[in-house]
Design a protein around this ligand. Sequence first.
Ligand SMILES: *Cc1c(COP(=O)(O)O)cnc(C)c1O
Length: 448
Amino acid sequence: MTLPDTANFHAKYRAFDDSDVSEYNLDQIVYRAKNGGLLEVEHDMDALRKFDPAQWRELFDRRSGRTVWPYGSGVWSKKEWVLPNLPDEDVVSMFEGNSNLFWAERFGAQLGMSDLWVKQCGNSHTGSFKDLGMTVLVSQVNNMIKNGADIKAVGCASTGDTSAALGAYCAAAGIPSIVFLPADKISTAQLVQPIANGSLVLSLDTDFDGCMKLIQEVVDEYPIYLANSMNSLRLEGQKTVSIEIAQQFDWNVPDWIVVPGGNLGNVYAFYKGFAMMKELGLTDKLPRMAVAQAENANPLYLSYLNDFNDFNPVVAKQTYASAIQIGDPVSIHRAIRALRATNGVVEQASEEEIMDVAARADRTGMFNCPHTGVALAALEKLRQKNVISADERVVVVSTAHGLKFTDSKVAYHEKKLDNCRSQYANDVKRVEPKVGSIIDSIRARIEI
Ligand SMILES: *Cc1c(COP(=O)(O)O)cnc(C)c1O
């Protein structure tokens, strides 16, 4: 099969809210629709439909993981569905995506499940799924700057992972970046990433929601491009996770996707990916979506209890799942749409549940970040309530690498976390450098 001619395809911004008919080109600097609502990247589906499903599947399978620039990337292997008109030479990619879909056989068995999988989105350039969206956003900005747009820097407010991804992709493109971080609320590993990549790192005495308000004021007035997930370009990259999951199951769709949610862009991005595949005939169903929230930052959960009839922001309390410590999620309406369309559910988990389940699952070979812990804890509850049944195929989305969150993981094993009994702690044993003492320690654990 020959490569599809990109001139056939087209994407633009349109308002998320159907009652707003405003539309913009992707090279315009615009973050909100005319009535103030969010934007959405809309593809010309009729043009995409000219290729039949088998052709798309074959094309994506052939490109993924290979070295033909930029099509080996998990995101850019689906370029026609992401940013069809972007010249290849303007893509800023670090071969993101193509992450491991891990069969959680042993942990699944503990929950009485036989078909449990973990999509390891944290096995990525900067250690979180944020790379998938950032490659798209920074590529588009790169193209706009080359074409003369008045953009002096790219900025974001972040709970840590967005700033790491922004710093890395801007460094690769040679574009200045500015990150707004809530002081003392992100991990050391997350903080050092934008520092190392040369971002202007601003630590602000407020929370994430406060940082988000400030950056919106700044980008409204100055030639700084906004990189938060309110910007729908990022969701185009993140939606490729769904396509990759289907691809890894030989184009079958799992029964459930369980994803930790904070600002709630990701759940909508995943829905968008599955919906697009179904609409173009590559797959035949949508998965049900389950969003997992920390009890300490649970505005979506509270709205779910009320059938989404109303939504009230909360002041997010501290959670070890620091990347989802968000009380006023920008993508709330996107998330509600995704959940309604997929007969989805929302579950929450306490701090102790999050850290315990992450530690328990780690014992079966994983190395989970606390956000993945939120998803695993939610999974366990949904299984116990029989919302998810034992034989269903479930994919838990691991959003970041555990190595970014060693502070809280070490503290758990040292039993130093407040209000947490650390039931699965496995602390270091300090032993005298003598064989006898070493053998005593081994015998305390293992029969020899
Ligand atoms: C950003 C992030 C999330 C939340 O994603 P949203 O799209 O904001 O819901 C979850 N986990 C990790 C590790 C993240 O970095």
